[in-house]
Ligand binder design. Structure first.
Ligand code: FES
Length: 104
């Protein structure tokens, strides 16, 4: 069984399509007065304002616990690809349904 992450194509800042973002690396923690590039091909950068997100998790680099791309688990189960949505199933009862005056 394979497993991955599927991301919604929308930046959490102002909703620009992330499909236009670039997949790059970024500057990583290094010693003072040194600049080190790392995480090559592990980062997606928003094309509008440059927010950076981890491709594997969707989490932002600047505030990983608070800002992230909306992602879903995607798994290969036998011969099918299954997308696991995080929405709760809703039970809709016929009692909750209200008919308009025109349909009575
Ligand atoms: S819209 Fe993506 S960083 Fe602003």
């Amino acid at each position: 069984m394979g497993r991955g992450i599927f991301g919604l194509n929308e930046c959490p800042h102002q909703g620009i399509p992330m499909i236009f973002g670039s997949i790059t690396g970024t500057m990583v923690t290094s010693n003072p007065q040194e600049y080190e590039y790392g995480l090559n091909n592990e980062i997606i950068t928003c094309p509008l304002h440059g927010w950076e997100f981890e491709l594997k998790t969707g989490k932002s680099l600047f505030s990983p616990d608070q800002v992230s791309l909306l992602t879903y688990d995607i798994r290969k189960e036998e011969e099918e690809i299954v997308l696991y949505l995080k929405r709760k199933p809703e039970n809709i009862s016929i009692n909750d349904f209200q008919c308009s005056p025109l349909c009575k």
